[in-house]
Design a protein around this ligand. Structure first.
Ligand SMILES: NC(=O)C1=CN([C@@H]2O[C@H](COP(=O)(O)OP(=O)(O)OC[C@H]3O[C@@H](n4cnc5c(N)ncnc54)[C@H](O)[C@@H]3O)[C@@H](O)[C@H]2O)[C@@H](O)CC1
Ligand SMILES: Nc1ncnc2c1ncn2[C@@H]1O[C@H](COP(=O)(O)OP(=O)(O)O)[C@@H](O)[C@H]1O
Ligand SMILES: [K+]
Length: 525
């Protein structure tokens, strides 16, 4: 279960299932509500053992319908349950209406006036958010926000499908940020159906969710065909571990192979006092499996680098001509440029490097050198290249996409980091890896992945100087081993987070590649 769904994909699956006569919307709602209660008892087993008090805040659509089912099931379990309703009961969606009526046979709807004054936090063990789900298509109206605000203030224990107000495709809160609420936004458990939604993996929503449960409602066979290029993969959890183990085993399988059959990566370094970044990339490429790594260093930095490296070779690269000369050696199959390179040096060397037609990782200064003239870079790069920008570098190369991403989102589905990265890859004509705790990787053919360092894989200590240089090296090393650009970017990003998780807090960039052997051993055991 490693794909992410958009609201539209989920809606299509639900409609196809109901149109095929396999199930009714009402049955799906019942299964959804049951799934939520199951997930709650799995997350907090002690809650199943005795009576507790829950409050369910229901909205006017099918998310509210799920809420009425949950209220009924908890009441039947012996709990005390109160229900609030946002909106007019007469306008409830038909399936929600049926479940509203069923709830009214067991309990009442509490007047919304009681919501104020800390009522929720003072009176309930479990606050359940069933106000808006995937149907939210515009920012919360003022009265909808007043209703939801009380819930956020109390702290949401369970959000059905998505916390209300967030767009499930982009992970963004729709509308302007709310200046009247400054509390920490945190949701203990989010329960969704069949697959995670795209927004669950993207910031800011992904940073709000403490745990997510995915429950089946029996429509797996109606989900999109994930072999198609439009789906978004989620690089997290067991499925990915399986894929990476296979990749690592395959790439180390031939014990008779020679170092030259494992590829040769050339990392270009900056001048004296600026060589650390390239050394980090080079060592990372070597550790992840490149057979040979050479650092291309200007003469002024040769002594500095020579005193610091052992298994890595050195070549003097002062000029474009020097680089062209080195690249006559066809065994060099990958280049990595950018970390610590210097803007001027990058401007001169990137065209030569890319024109050589080898696989090429362009990071840091190799990207910033094209600020104000990104088309010059896009004209150069081919599909054997990978661009690895962080947020600032992304904005330098794709200022319009960054502006769209940073503008307040007034309509749903809001423009997402997935949309921006896909557009960037299509424009550049190569794989783009847009870094962050929610790293998005896209290829020009539309394939896309999100590599998460959030939730269960949170590794905030990765935000340390030089960790991006190591990532560039990991990707370059995997390219040297013959990985395709998309697969090298995905596997490199995934292993980067695995190394950070394996090492733990206190990590500095130097530790990342040194942690790889431990991670490989675990993957291969
Ligand atoms: N369709 C189905 O068959 C199923 C749907 N399910 C649930 O249904 C949810 C989606 O239901 P809906 O599509 O009805 O949508 P929602 O219930 O998420 O919200 C739609 C309702 O909110 C109102 N609304 C939207 N934006 C608003 C705003 N800014 N301010 C005030 N009101 C606003 C709309 O007018 C509409 O009444 C899912 O998240 C999931 O919880 C589940 O029951 C599984 C089955
Ligand atoms: N909060 C975070 N949690 C996890 N990973 C993060 C976080 N912030 C940044 N990262 C990761 O750390 C790396 C930083 O790269 P970059 O910004 O290029 O730094 P540098 O230039 O110092 O190497 C990227 O791989 C990015 O995805
Ligand atoms: K909700």
């Amino acid at each position: 279960m490693s794909e992410l769904l958009t609201a539209a994909q989920m809606r299509t699956a639900e409609n196809t299932a109901t149109d095929a006569g396999q199930v009714t919307g009402l049955e799906l709602m019942e299964r959804a509500g049951r799934g939520v209660v199951e997930a709650v008892f799995e997350e907090w087993p002690t809650l199943a053992a005795s009576r507790h008090k829950a409050v369910v805040l229901c909205g006017p659509g099918n998310n509210g319908g799920d809420g009425f089912v949950v209220a009924r099931l908890l009441k039947e379990w012996g709990w005390e349950v109160e229900v609030f309703l946002y909106g007019d009961a007469a306008k409830l969606s038909p399936d929600a209406r049926v479940n509203y009526e069923r709830w009214l046979c067991l309990g009442t709807i509490t007047s919304n006036e009681s919501l104020e004054g800390g009522y929720l936090s003072a009176n309930f063990d479990l606050v359940i958010d069933a106000v808006f789900g995937t149907g939210l298509s515009r920012p919360l109206t003022e009265d909808a926000w007043l209703f939801c605000k009380e819930m956020y203030k109390a702290g949401i224990d369970v959000a059905i499908d998505v916390p209300s107000g967030f767009c499930s495709d982009s992970g963004r809160f729709l509308g302007e940020s709310r200046s009247d609420f400054e509390g920490p936004l945190s949701v203990a458990l989010t329960v969704t159906f069949e697959r995670l939604r795209q927004g669950h993996a993207l910031l800011p929503l992904a940073g709000v969710l403490r745990a997510c449960a995915v429950k089946s409602i029996g429509i797996d066979q109606y989900l999109p065909d994930f072999r198609r290029e439009t789906s978004v993969s989620y690089l997290s959890g067991q499925a990915r571990i399986g894929a990476s183990r296979k990749a690592v085993l395959n790439s180390t399988a031939q014990s008779s192979s020679h170092k030259y059959s494992h590829g040769h990566t050339l990392v270009l370094s900056g001048g004296a006092g600026r060589t650390g970044a390239a050394r980090l990339s080079g060592r990372a490429a070597l550790r992840i499996g490149a057979g040979l790594v050479t650092l291309g260093v200007p003469g002024s930095a040769q002594m500095e680098v020579a005193s610091q490296v052992t298994g890595i070779m050195l070549k003097r690269v002062d000029s474009k001509e020097d680089l062209s000369g080195i690249l006559e050696d066809e065994r060099i199959n990958v280049l990595c440029l950018g970390p610590g390179l210097g803007i001027e040096r990058a401007g001169g060397l990137v065209p030569v490097a890319v024109a050589a037609g080898r696989a090429c990782v362009l990071d840091a200064d190799a990207l910033s050198a094209y600020e104000g003239r990104p088309e010059a870079l896009f004209d150069l790069v081919t599909e054997t290249c990978i661009l690895t920008p962080h947020g600032g570098e992304f904005a330098r190369l794709f200022p319009d996409l960054a502006a769209k991403l940073n503008a307040p989102s007034l309509d749903g589905p809001a423009y997402s980091k997935v949309d921006a990265t896909r557009e960037a890859a299509a424009r550049a004509g190569c794989v783009v890896l847009y870094k962050g705790a929610d790293t998005v990787i896209a290829s020009p053919d539309g394939r896309c992945s999100v590599n998460s360092a959030l939730g269960e894989r949170a590794a905030p200590w990765l935000a340390t100087a030089g960790s991006g240089d190591v990532l560039a090296g990991f990707i370059a090393g995997l390219l040297a081993r013959g990985f395709s650009p998309m697969s090298a970017a995905e596997t490199g990003a995934w292993l980067h987070v695995e190394c950070a998780l394996s090492f733990g807090p206190g990590l500095i960039a130097e530790d990342l590649a040194e942690e790889l052997p431990k991670v490989f051993k675990r993957l291969c055991s």
